[in-house]
Design a protein around this ligand. Structure first.
Ligand code: MG
Ligand code: MG
Length: 279
């Protein structure tokens, strides 16, 4: 069942999203060689709790032999795609890709957003690595721009996929975007591949997390023995960007937009900070 949110619910979700957006900005400034993902995780938890919210991932998803997720962040390094477990032993090096995924619950409403940062900046990596990070973000924004009433989920999926395909990346299929609201994962699923005009119809009041994961190699994934960490099967690098977006009468409203991004990409197209390929 796809749940629509009222304007007052969206207002709470926007405040939930702002906490995660601001947390990402704080962590982006802290990412440097020598810091551990465990330290970043502690900073994130402190930030979320101080702002009156609850980390959304901590304690999530213990099933069978799999332990509940122990971190506030999913912190995935290099060939780790998603669901990396933060640790004081995972110390970042110059040139690493660190994917930070986080969510919080505020007054019962979830937000969910992920960023990929290059430790030491773009000069610390080969041009194709910087391009992977940039293009994956373009894929996210292509999807966000398609998140409009009367479109369908397939329009978002196709827009994301087109960006990845144009660059020959492996587009991860096993992990997908999703509805967000009173649960972290609601219907519908939002795949990063699909056909325009197919799938559930989008309508005002829907809230989605759109989250492309593009790989330098193939799309194949492997889950490690910790039952959480998902890596590329061929050990090539992976990038991941995610925003929570509400569909409004005025177009997409990016609830987790950071201060360098526009919250209303249709209203403020010149503020989109990425060069959208083909847009
Ligand atoms: Mg996420
Ligand atoms: Mg998500």
């Amino acid at each position: 069942m796809i749940i629509r949110k009222s304007p007052s619910e969206l207002e709470v979700m926007a405040r939930s999203g702002k906490i995660i957006a601001d947390m990402h900005e704080m962590l982006a400034a802290a990412v440097r060689p020598g810091i551990s993902t465990g330290e970043l995780d502690a900073m994130a938890e402190d930030y979320i709790v101080r702002h009156g919210a609850v980390p959304a991932f901590k304690g999530y998803g213990g099933v069978g032999t799999r332990m509940p997720f122990p971190g506030t962040l999913c912190a995935s390094v290099n060939d780790e795609i998603v669901h990396g477990i933060p640790s004081p032993e995972t110390v970042l090096d110059e040139g690493d890709l660190i994917k930070i995924d986080a969510g919080c619950v505020l007054e019962g409403y979830y937000s969910d957003s992920a960023c990929t940062w290059i430790v030491g900046g773009e000069d610390a990596v080969a041009p194709e690595v910087a391009e992977l990070v940039r293009v994956t973000r373009e894929g996210l924004w292509a999807g966000l721009l398609a998140a409009r009433a009367k479109q369908r989920i397939g329009d978002i999926s196709a827009a994301v996929e087109a960006v990845g395909v144009r660059h020959g990346y492996g587009i991860v299929r096993e992990y997908v975007g999703h509805g967000v609201g009173r649960a972290l994962h609601e219907d519908p699923q939002v795949p990063n591949h699909g056909r325009a005009g197919r799938g559930p119809k989008l309508a005002t009041g829907r809230v989605l997390a759109i989250e492309p994961m593009f790989n330098l190699g193939t799309e194949e994934t492997v889950t490690l023995d910790d039952e959480w960490t998902v890596v590329t099967a061929d050990q090539h690098l992976s990038a991941h960007w995610e925003h929570t977006v509400a569909i409004t009468p005025d177009g997409p409203w990016v609830l987790t937009a950071r201060s360098d991004e526009t919250a209303h990409p249709l209203a403020e197209p010149d503020r989109i900070p990425v060069q959208l390929v083909g847009a």
